[in-house]
Design a protein around this ligand. Structure first.
Ligand code: PMP
Length: 445
């Protein structure tokens, strides 16, 4: 703490130079730094000693609120007991326990593959899907289908199936054999929808077109976020996910839900798969799995997928894939403590119960200057602002900076504000959050 205090009280531009910050305008940031030095429950403390209400659960991960003692203690105990153990040809109890707990939370999914982030979980899921078909004698099924405006992390697999131009265009030719479904965002039909919009289920039929074009025998998997988060909270139209599922079933294509943000209660159910009652074949998770405390990702696979790999000689490795830190003991301890806390405090149910109040608060912004859409589901919201002509994303970023100055953390992507608070949020925080946001929106040029 001493070191930290010294660092922040004497902070100069050059202290900030060495760290090449991810997804950040480095030069702008380093001229006007914003540092968090501690956090508790719903709030961060900044380097200049201010409290900031966390409207984004960190980055969609701190679902149980910050620095929860049960998780902190579990991590401390684990790191002092078994700091690291290889999970190649060796094991430790925590990884087995956490995998088992996850399968109990997700009926129908009977095995878990561990990674260290959402990006790694996605790449693992894509590889498992292709290798699964091959293991069943359908090795020509290699094509992958993502969606425009999809975000699946930053691995080459993830940016290939992802549908964000800026995340793709600097990085070469990416994976071959990838197509994209159209996104479902449409303000003309669906602006200011509460919950799932009415219009757009038919957009899933584009998958049929791709099947006709490539033949199902060449297609391995479709990957979508049930609710697209990073591109601005795009809520799936009613019936859309069901339609994707039935087309995948018809043609033997695996359906992957990337639940890195929707997993662990965000929508008021354990997973979006439960909320929508649409069961994909693989589910990728990260973030909330450890309440953001220790990096971790995972792939949950439905019954039968693991079994397809379990042929061949008993001593043979069945899947040539894994990470040094797959199932890291400290991450597993954090995960076990986190899942226990979610259950003990009934946080997913709490999110469900608060979602009507949240919905009203979100839509109370309708009619304020620059607001061209408000949308919500569970404890997620997207507020879309009219872009400034010729300066895309500038208005929302201005809003972000002003909110930060007033003690509120929001996230912006393009000209969309994305909100996803910790699930421990109280109604009074919701009032505060939207009260502050409304004030800032009114003063925005
Ligand atoms: N998939 C989705 C849906 C995400 O929202 C994210 C992160 N925002 C990722 C994957 C990537 O996760 P990570 O940043 O942990 O690699």
């Amino acid at each position: 703490m001493q070191q930290l205090t010294e660092f922040t009280s004497t902070l100069t531009r050059s202290d900030l130079e060495a760290f090449w910050m991810p997804f950040t305008a480095n030069r702008q940031f380093k001229d006007h730094p914003r540092l968090f030095v501690s956090a508790k429950d719903m709030h961060y403390t900044t380097h200049d000693g201010r409290q900031v209400l966390d409207g984004t659960a960190g980055l969609w991960c701190v679902n149980a609120g910050h620095c929860r003692s049960q998780i902190v203690e579990a991590v401390q105990t684990q790191v002092a007991t078994l700091d690291f153990g290889p999970t190649f040809q060796m094991g430790h109890p925590g990884a087995f326990q956490l995998a088992q707990r996850l399968t109990e939370m997700a009926p129908g999914y009977d095995h878990v593959f561990f990674a260290n982030s959402g990006s790694e979980a996605v790449d693992s899921a894509l590889k498992i899907a292709i290798a699964y078909h091959r293991a069943r004698g359908e090795g020509t099924r290699q094509r992958l289908i993502g969606r425009e405006r999809g975000y699946h992390g930053v691995g080459f697999g993830g940016i290939s199936v992802g549908g964000i131009g800026t995340n793709r265009k600097f990085f070469g030719s990416l994976l071959t054999g990838v197509d994209h479904l159209p996104h479902t965002h449409n303000l003309e039909h669906n602006a200011f929808s509460k919950g799932q919009p009415e219009w757009g289920a038919h957009l899933a039929d584009e998958l049929e077109r791709l099947v006709l074009l490539h033949d199902a025998s060449n297609i391995a998997a479709v990957i979508v976020e049930p609710v697209a988060g990073s591109t601005g909270v795009l809520i799936p139209p009613k019936g859309y996910l069901e339609r994707l599922r039935s087309i995948c079933d018809k043609y033997g294509i695996l359906l992957i839900f990337d639940e890195v943000i929707t997993g662990f209660g965000r929508l008021g159910a354990s997973f979006a798969a439960d909320y929508f009652d649409v069961k994909p074949d693989l589910i990728t998770v990260a973030k909330g799995i450890t309440n953001g405390t220790i990096p971790m990702g995972a792939v949950l696979v439905r019954q039968g997928i693991y079994d397809a790999f379990m042929h061949g000689p008993e001593h043979a490795i069945e899947l040539f894939h894994g990470y040094t830190y797959s199932g890291h003991p400290v991450a597993c301890a954090a995960g076990l403590a986190t899942l226990k806390l979610y259950q003990q405090e009934g946080l997913f149910q709490r999110a469900h119960e608060l979602s009507d109040y949240w919905e009203e608060a979100v839509h109370s912004l309708k009619g304020l200057p620059h607001v061209i859409d408000t949308r919500n589901l569970g404890l997620v919201a997207g507020i879309e602002l009219e872009p400034i002509a010729g300066k895309p994303a500038a208005r929302a970023f201005d809003c972000f900076l002003r909110c930060y100055e007033r003690g509120l953390l929001i996230r912006t992507t393009g000209d969309i504000i994305a909100l996803s608070p910790p699930l421990i949020i109280e109604k009074s925080h919701i009032d505060e959050l939207f009260g502050l946001l409304a004030e800032v929106l009114k003063e925005l040029p």
